[in-house]
Every structure is written in C-alpha cells, then in structure tokens.
Design a protein around this ligand. Sequence first.
Ligand code: CA
Length: 229
Amino acid sequence: MKKILVLEDESNIRSFVVINLRRSGFEPIEAETGEQALEKLKVNPGICLALLDVMLPDIDGFEVCRRIRASGSKMGIIMLTAKNQEIDKVTGLMTGADDYVTKPFSPAELTARVDALIRRLGIDDDEKSSTEIQSGPFLLNTRNRTLEKDGQRLKLTQIEYMLMKLFMENPGKAMSREDILSAVWGNDFNGELKTVDVNIRRLRIKIENDPTEPEFLTTVWGYGYKWGY
Ligand code: CA
C-alpha cells in the first residue's frame, strides 16, 4: 500500500483526508505540525507522496516542502491551500510542490489529484489486487478509474465512479444517504440528500439490467442503499 503523509493541523480536515485516502487504498501517515511531518518522513522512507497544509502552528507548509526537496527527495507533493490564496499557489509551486488543492475540496477531487500525480510521477507499484475490485459481472479499476460490466467498459462520471467504488468496497452493507453524501461529495457539501437519489437513479440506468428492478444497487427503504451483489 502506498504511504501518503498528511500534514494538517486542523484535526477535522486531517481525519477527513485520512478517511478518504484509506478508502482509496492508501496508507496515510498523519502529522500535526511541520516538525512532526519531517520527523515522520525520516522514519517512513516509503512515503511516496505528501499532502502539506500551508498554515501551521510552527513552520509553514512551504518550508516543509523546501526541506523535503533540499533532502533530495522526488516524492510527490500536493499543497493544501486555503481559498483565494493565489499567492500561495505560486509560492508553493516555486518551492517544489507538484500540485495544489484548494480548500474546501471534495473526496473525489482529492483522490483524483493524488491518483493523477502518482501516475505522472510513475510511482505505481503493480499490485493488481489493490487496484481492481471484482463484484459479480463488475470490475472496477481504481488506477484507471474505470468500470467494466461483463468486460464492457461503462462510461461513468466522476461522481458515478466514486459511488461505484464506495459500494463495491462495502458489499452487502446498508449505507445511509447521509453517509453516501459525505463520502462522495464531502462534508463541506451543502447539498440535499436528494442529490444522492438522483445520481443513484442515473447510475442504475448504466449498470442495472433493468433499472426499474435493481438487482445490484438496491434500495434500503427509509435509510439508503446497498450493494447487494
Ligand atoms: Ca492549517
């Protein structure tokens, strides 16, 4: 499993990132301060990517980035910047960061950036088992973010992909609409639960043999949905 350093002093954001990285098959290593991050990097040489918050109680994220690069490391670095910190983006990239994500971000956005950077840097470890999830006629590839049904590629939006991944990773588990909303759209998303139903309906049209009688993505009445296969 690829190790990713998560440097963020705000514990709610940190745990949100950690949960979503775990869900995507990564092993997050947490740090609250810049110094702690550098310490963790020292004892975990296998870390391939770092997510660095900028505003920290001790040294800022740019300084951490600078020190990582100064040590000769080529690991992927994504800065987590606050909204409208345009100057931060520029400084971040100049200090050797590869990319940045502006807060607040959705889980889909974060994992898309992480996956993209891992691909770009070629830090893929050919662990086929960790990148493919098979369930009935479905095969989900988390590296290519694709879904096949009986060997046929289905065209999914990013949201539909995230939904499929969530369900296929939790077979047989009833998921509440609230859980689905926060897992796919993020805790900061102020959408309605109806958003979940609308997207599930669209997804069923693509994956079910008969969308009016779903056999894979079933409804748990008064609660949410379940991957029933
Ligand atoms: Ca912060």
